[in-house]
Design a protein around this ligand. Structure first.
Ligand code: SAM
Length: 451
């Protein structure tokens, strides 16, 4: 029997929309469910799916931040209209009184009623009032709108059951997302719950960890899955908590990133849970238990080395990998002294961003202690030029001057966002002597070709 199709939207880090389209287009697997009309938008991808398709998107997407199911989209003039739109939704059909909930609101700066990352006023603020984008200046305050939507959900429940569900702003069972532009209000039910980059394995972080879905995207943009299949070695010499290392391992073994966590759709009343068991079972069968490529990380900070190792071990346990599988290795080393672990390979990393954290000097180094970013990058570049001929080096950085600092010419640069930080994803192809490629313009193409 065919199931209803829902309009869905999957937000993702800006710059990864093309990859997310490719991911969703490979679904559904094993003929379970439907995923149709996959279309990119700035900061996400819209598509249509049935329940099994929504389950698979949550379970398999490495790049999406959430999978949102659209309940309604209507024009509005004021807070009362938004309350009425929310009150009219059949909330009691979607979830139980026993489930607590939370309302998130995003007001878009333009006329787009789709949730995008990086262009929004985010809810909730730490304290006090939020600034309203000009597009919704006709509303009293965004906090008041959020309150009215919450009231509408509670009033709907009260009219039907005499009781109302609880609010939980920290770990709600159900999240309702409201997206406003100047004329339309869109209501979504979040089928993910915790954001999808929270895979469950990274409990230990450093100061500026990269999100798991961005790390997964960086690996895919560097064609890691194909290069892993060809036996190439991977190194992250600024590995921090080991995010890129774990995501690389999951991609190589074809482990569904969501296999170690739960999802909000499991609480939704119409969701057919027997299909969820089938979808998960199919994902477990998909795991390719083969010897891992050499995946190495290093960091100058002993504390981060320890955290990365713990995260890798936790991931192996949570995803049920066999105990005898050799896992990615992590060593303590300054990037500018790290010897190449193989004659050829791939470096993928996000070195310290000036804005977010300090570069650490290796005071035992044979080099003079680098006090500045420039010094580290200059020493690292020397190391790359001397010892990494034949390697491809991919670096995400908010520093647009990075190639100049490294005195290397990039062969590709791709605009990407790390949260709100506008970055470039640079690729340098190391050849004997120096990198002789011409600098390239920002690439509009989401894919980066292998060397
Ligand atoms: C932006 S963080 C990387 C975060 C990492 N991708 C993660 O997800 O956790 C940069 C890392 O570079 C490390 N670092 C700073 N200076 C370094 C150096 N000279 N050599 C190696 N690592 C260094 C810091 O300890 C930090 O863990």
């Amino acid at each position: 029997m065919s199931q209803p199709l829902f309009f869905c939207f999957a937000p993702c880090p800006r710059g990864l929309e093309g990859l997310l389209v490719q991911e969703l287009e490979t679904l559904p697997l094993a003929g379970l469910g439907q995923v149709l009309k996959v279309t990119p938008a700035p900061g996400g991808v819209s598509f249509q799916a049935d329940w099994a398709g929504i389950m698979q998107a949550n379970l398999w997407s490495r790049c999406a931040s959430r999978i949102l199911l659209r309940l309604d989209k209507k024009s509005y003039r004021n807070e009362q209209d938004i309350y009425d739109i929310a009150l009219a939704q059949p909330w009691t059909d979607w979830f139980d009184l026993a489930n607590d909930f939370k309302v998130d609101l995003t007001a878009l700066t333009g006329r787009r009623a789709a949730p995008t990352e990086g262009t929004r006023t985010k809810q909730p603020p730490p304290a006090g009032k939020r600034t309203k984008p000009a597009s919704v200046s006709h509303l009293q305050s965004l906090d008041f709108v959020t309150l009215r939507v919450k009231d509408a959900v509670c009033d709907h429940f009260r009219e039907r059951t005499g009781q109302r569900p609880d609010i939980n702003t920290q770990h709600p069972d159900i999240r309702i997302h409201v997206f406003l532009d100047d004329i339309s209000c869109t209501l979504y039910l979040d089928t993910s719950g915790d954001a999808l980059f929270k895979r469950g394995w990274r409990l230990e972080k450093g100061e500026a960890p990269i999100r798991e879905n961005l790390a997964a995207g960086l690996l895919q943009l560097a064609n890691w899955p194909e290069r892993a299949a060809a036996g190439l070695t991977l190194l992250d010499p600024f590995c921090g908590s080991g995010t890129l290392l774990v995501e690389a391992m999951l991609q190589q073994l074809q482990v569904a990133p969501g296999l170690a966590r739960s999802f909000a759709f499991e609480c939704l009343r119409p969701c057919p849970l027997e299909q969820w068991q089938q979808v998960k079972q199919q994902a477990r069968q998909q795991i390719q238990l083969q010897p891992l490529n050499q995946i190495h990380g290093s960091d100058i900070d002993q504390k981060m080395v320890y955290r990365a190792r713990r995260n890798i071990e936790r991931a192996a346990i949570l995803y049920g990998l066999p105990e005898n599988l050799p896992l990615p290795t992590v060593a303590m080393s300054s990037a500018d002294e790290k010897a190449p672990p193989a004659p050829q390979g791939l470096i993928i990393c996000n070195p310290p961003y000036g804005e977010r954290m300090q570069v650490q000097a290796n005071r035992d180094s044979v080099h003079p202690a680098p006090e500045e970013t420039d010094a580290l990058f200059s020493h690292w570049a020397t190391q790359l030029k001397r010892h990494y001929a034949g390697w491809s080096v991919y670096v995400i950085s908010a520093d647009m001057q990075l190639p100049k600092r490294l005195r290397l010419k990039e062969s590709q640069r791709l605009p990407l966002f790390n949260g709100p930080l506008e970055c470039r994803y640079f690729r340098f192809d190391m050849v004997s002597g120096s990198a002789r490629h011409k600098p390239s313009q920002d690439s509009a193409n989401p894919g980066m070709t292998p060397a």
